[in-house]
Design a protein. Structure first.
Length: 158
C-alpha cells in the first residue's frame, strides 16, 4: 500500500455516549472534556430515538462487513472489537482517517438495515468518531492489546 498509515478508529452507537458523559467525552476541535451532567441530560432530552445497543448478531454482521471492506480496499485490520455500544478498529489504510472511518460506518449501517435483526431506524451511530494515528510499533502493540483483550478483562461488554 502506498502512503499507508495505521489508524485507531472508534465510533459509538446513537445515544450511548453523549456530550457531557460522566465517563468523559471529546468535543470536536477541543479534545478531551470533563463530565458535564447538565449537558448530558440536555442532550438525552433532545434525542429523537432510543439509544442503540447492538445484539451479538448485529455485532457479527459489522465485523464481517469491515473485513470484506478492507479486502476490497487492500487495507489491513490489525484488530477489531465490535461492542454493544461502540466499534474499535486498528487498520492500515491508504486514505485519510475520517474517510476510512466513514466508509466503515456506512458499510456497517447498510448491513445493519438488512435481515437478520434489521435495524429500521433513522440514526444508528453518533456523528463522527475518534481517529488517531498510530505512530510506532510499541503504540500499535498496546492499542491492539487494548482492543482485543483489555475491555474483556475490565468486564466491559459494551
Amino acid at each position: 500500500m502506498n502512503d499507508s498509515h495505521i489508524y485507531f478508529i472508534t465510533w459509538t452507537t446513537y445515544g450511548t455516549w453523549l456530550p457531557g458523559d460522566g465517563r468523559g467525552w471529546r468535543q470536536t476541535g477541543r479534545g478531551e472534556r470533563e463530565p458535564q451532567p447538565l449537558l448530558e441530560d440536555w442532550c438525552r432530552r433532545k434525542m429523537n430515538e432510543n439509544p442503540v445497543l447492538l445484539t451479538p448478531v448485529q455485532r457479527n454482521k459489522i465485523e464481517l462487513i469491515c473485513f470484506e471492506h478492507v479486502k476490497i480496499r487492500n487495507w489491513h485490520i490489525h484488530a477489531i472489537a465490535v461492542r454493544s455500544n461502540h466499534v474499535h478498529i486498528v487498520v492500515t489504510a491508504d486514505a485519510e482517517p475520517t474517510k476510512v472511518r466513514d466508509q466503515f460506518k456506512a458499510n456497517s449501517t447498510r448491513v445493519l438495515r438488512q435481515p437478520p435483526e434489521a435495524l429500521n431506524r433513522e440514526k444508528v451511530w453518533t456523528r463522527g468518531g475518534d481517529c488517531s494515528n498510530v505512530d510506532n510499533e510499541d503504540d500499535l502493540e498496546k492499542i491492539v492489546l487494548y482492543v482485543t483483550e483489555a475491555q474483556d478483562r475490565m468486564g466491559d461488554d459494551q
